[in-house]
Design a protein around this ligand. Structure first.
Ligand SMILES: [Mn+2]
Length: 274
């Protein structure tokens, strides 16, 4: 008798074709920054302004919604590492309660209040802020959200499409990117409410989600990202994306997570192929 809870499993003889979310994630300083101000959350797991030495792959049954998100602490403000850490820790804490757009919106609001609360307790953190971008993968839908310029991409049969909305001002002629943000979590002198971008997409078979900080997308353009995702899957795709950002000079911290839905049969086949 299989239930819907996370720890309920099929009994002997109940050979169900279970679906899994396979997430490969990494966070790296890049080549020019002396520390990492990006943080990452995958379900209950976080990396908080620290670097993973290698891409980490985690497998979750699609029994409960899974949150995957990246936060990039604001450069030029104090305590960017503290801001991104607070955001992902809050998202990891409330993750199990998230199921739809309103609950994700409320969680982001809680993150924003937590940042201003931390500033109130320690003035050296005044105006600290962070981006956040991610996807909540549920049984039959995906809630994509962001504030700031960290990105979420969907990659499917029709190719790569950015499904987050960059909160940057218009670029000047000749400019290819900017670090100026028009929206963020925290980041202001006093409390400021947020208006995050949220969309609910129906779950489509074979769609893979890429969540990343601008350390990837400022260094590697969409065409190159799409080419890598066509040629590689899972951990290999994550590694190749990181390598491309490093080859382009690694100008910023690079954090990314690739999430793919697979059925148990596909996972067994890929393990057998190793
Ligand atoms: Mn960055």
């Amino acid at each position: 008798m299989a239930g819907s809870g996370l720890y309920d499993v099929a009994g002997p003889g109940e050979d169900e074709d279970v679906e899994y979310v396979v997430v490969t994630a990494l966070s790296h300083d890049g080549l020019l920054r002396d520390h990492n101000e990006d943080s990452l959350v995958v379900g209950p797991w976080t990396t908080c302004a620290t670097s993973t030495l290698t891409p980490q792959t985690m497998v979750f049954p699609v029994a409960a919604p899974l949150l995957v998100a990246v936060a990039d602490g604001l450069g030029g403000h104090p305590a960017g590492d503290v801001a991104s850490t607070l955001a992902v820790q809050e998202l990891a804490r409330v993750g199990p309660t998230l199921e739809d757009e309103p609950s994700v919106r409320a969680a982001l609001d809680t993150c924003n209040r937590a940042l201003y609360g931390a500033v109130a307790r320690d003035a050296s953190r005044a105006s600290m802020g962070t981006t956040v971008a991610g996807v909540l993968l549920a049984d039959d839908s995906a809630v994509v959200f962001n504030i700031g310029d960290s990105r979420v991409y969907a990659f499917g049969e029709s190719g790569l499409s950015q499904v987050s909305v960059d909160d940057n001002p218009p670029l000047a002629p000749g400019q290819t990117h900017t670090s100026v943000l028009t929206r963020m979590l925290g980041g202001h002198g006093g409390y400021s409410a947020i208006e995050p971008h949220l969309t609910t997409r129906s779950k489509a078979d074979g769609v893979r989600y890429l969540v990343c900080s601008d350390g990837l997308t400022d260094a590697v353009d969409d065409e190159a990202i799409e080419r890598i995702l066509r040629e590689h899957r899972g951990g290999a795709a994550a590694y190749e994306l990181w390598k491309a950002a490093m080859a382009a000079g690694g100008p910023d911290n690079i954090t990314l997570a690739m999430a793919e839905i697979e059925d148990s049969e596909a996972i067994e086949n890929s393990e057998a192929g190793d």
